[in-house]
Design a protein around this ligand. Structure first.
Ligand code: FAD
Length: 140
């Protein structure tokens, strides 16, 4: 069955070498596993949306969860879905601006006190969708 898993975590040293390595692993591994989705990095916080076969998604998340390049991952949403939301894999760096702050506010988050990782689980998918629709979404 098709499943989506969304989590948030705090980046440990989100330098370009780490980002490039994560991106390379994702571009090679995800298509092989039939996983699509998106990963964004906003002010030191990762948020990733993974979708695919349940076993493949859970196996990937088990590897990601123990990755030392981030810490304190929190699963925000783990739901069976009928169709994919992000059929093309993408990874983005988001820049803070009033638009992002407004989207956060709409979903009950007040920066800088709260980060995307603090999103209520029932808002996670809609919040991610709204972020991905902004011009701030700079695909890497
Ligand atoms: P190996 O590459 O054999 O590595 C062994 C261990 O070392 C693993 O625990 C790995 O996490 C860790 N590791 C590997 N490289 C580094 C490094 N440069 N610095 C520190 N630790 C390292 N992978 C995907 O395939 N798809 C994704 O969508 C994906 N998203 C990710 C999102 C985030 C925020 C992070 C931090 C990582 C992501 N990864 C993703 C990478 C994933 O965690 C694994 O490293 C990757 O899948 C390779 O797994 P492996 O078991 O073959 O580990």
């Amino acid at each position: 069955m098709l499943k989506r898993l969304i989590y948030g975590s705090r980046a440990v040293d989100a330098n370009s070498t780490n980002l490039r390595a994560i991106l390379t692993a994702s571009r090679i591994g995800n298509p092989k596993a039939g996983i699509t989705g998106a990963l964004c990095l906003l002010d030191g916080v990762y948020m990733q949306y993974l979708e695919g076969d349940e076993c493949a998604v859970e196996a990937l998340y088990a590897r990601i969860e123990v990755d030392a390049r981030h810490r304190a991952p929190v699963v925000l949403d783990r739901t069976f879905i009928a169709v994919r939301e992000f059929p093309e894999w993408s990874m983005a760096l988001l820049a803070w601006d009033e638009r992002i702050k407004a989207i956060m506010g709409l979903h009950g988050l007040r920066p800088p006190g709260s980060t995307p990782r603090d999103i209520a689980p029932d808002h996670a998918a809609a919040f991610f969708r709204a972020l991905a629709a902004t011009p701030n979404w700079v695909s890497l």
